[in-house]
Design a protein around this ligand. Structure first.
Ligand code: NI
Length: 159
């Protein structure tokens, strides 16, 4: 496994639409392994392939319940709406409020091409929507309704 370089907000690759994965080979497995390592090293809860400059439809997530990989993920149903604060490894140092479904059902494939279906709620639903957005070139900053600004006090606490 290897760490991959994260693309940042000014990089055009984050605005492109990723292509469907058709070949479930060793190259895909290495990509997924590297994505997980890169996500964990950067304390992220999700990462999409375009964030490591690969325009393929693959995401990894871990909201504290173990690693989840989804290839060619699609949201097939959504329920409810919740507001919450999001950040993104491609947009360091910023956070914003985004409305997301409370629950989504995601269909896709595992690393070997086997169909999978996941019911995601709360943080996992938020994370899945955020990562799938990346595959279509969309960032949370495009859809946030309010940016979170660090107060002076919060800055002091960090230093
Ligand atoms: Ni992100």
């Amino acid at each position: 496994m290897a760490l991959r370089k994260i693309a940042y907000i000014e990089d055009d690759i984050l605005r492109k639409k990723s292509r469907k994965v058709e070949t479930f080979d060793e190259r895909l497995h290495v990509l997924l392994d590297d994505m997980a390592e890169t996500m964990y090293k950067n304390n992220g809860c999700g990462l999409a392939a375009p964030q490591v400059s690969v325009l393929r439809r693959a995401i990894v997530m871990d909201v504290g319940e173990g690693l989840i990989e989804v290839v060619n993920p699609e949201i097939v149903s959504r329920e409810g709406e919740v507001d919450g604060v999001e950040g993104c490894l491609s947009v360091p140092g910023r956070q914003g409020y985004v409305l997301r479904p409370q629950k989504v059902v995601v269909r896709g494939q595992d690393r070997n091409g086997k169909p999978i279906e996941l019911t995601c709620e709360d943080w996992l639903a938020r994370c899945a929507c955020h990562e799938i957005d990346h595959l279509d070139g969309r960032l949370y900053v495009d859809i946030m309704h309010e940016e979170v600004f660090q107060t002076d006090e919060a800055e002091e606490e960090k230093s």
